[in-house]
Design a protein around this ligand. Structure first.
Ligand code: RB5
Length: 149
């Protein structure tokens, strides 16, 4: 599985930790930046990861900023991207099983490293359940198609 990962300065430390974890588990990691703790703007990295998903270059994405909120808002502007902000393993698991989320958003200023890694593990090991959830996800997709102001 190819995973695109991105962060701003507030998520940089956690991005590096998660990257290390993913590589140790044999995932292919595409690091879209940022590459330091120098202040930068989270939408830049959310866009890079979202485009990698849209183009089919990555199977899943992980985005980290201070809270995860800015990354999640930005990523969800991209058609075909379903980003979920998760603060525990249950949310991560269900965001896959029920929502078929293809990007996981995390808060580097909210989560400890160990919890964040455990959330990533839960997210990567859960699959979409389909069934009634397929109908709901399809509703989101049709609203996305019709979402002209
Ligand atoms: C940066 O200070 C912070 O605003 C950003 O990382 C993020 O939390 C935004 O949602």
């Amino acid at each position: 599985m190819r995973i695109a990962i991105g962060s701003d300065h507030a998520g940089y430390h956690l991005k590096e930790k998660i990257k290390e974890f993913l590589l140790s588990r044999g995932y292919k990691v595409m690091d879209m930046g940022t590459n330091s703790t120098e202040s930068t703007d989270y939408p830049i990295y959310a866009q890079r990861v979202a485009l990698a998903i849209q183009k089919g270059e990555a199977d899943r994405g992980i985005l980290i900023c201070g809270t995860g909120i800015g990354m999640c808002i930005t990523a969800n502007k991209f058609k075909g991207v379903y980003a979920a902000l998760c603060t525990d393993e249950y949310m991560a698991r269900v965001s896959r099983q029920h929502n078929n989320a293809n990007i996981l958003c995390l808060g580097g200023r909210v989560l400890g490293d160990a919890l964040a890694i455990s959330i990533v593990e839960a997210w990567l090991s859960a699959d979409f359940e389909g069934g009634r959830h397929e109908r709901r996800v399809s509703l989101i997709k049709s609203m996305e198609e019709d979402s002209k102001p």
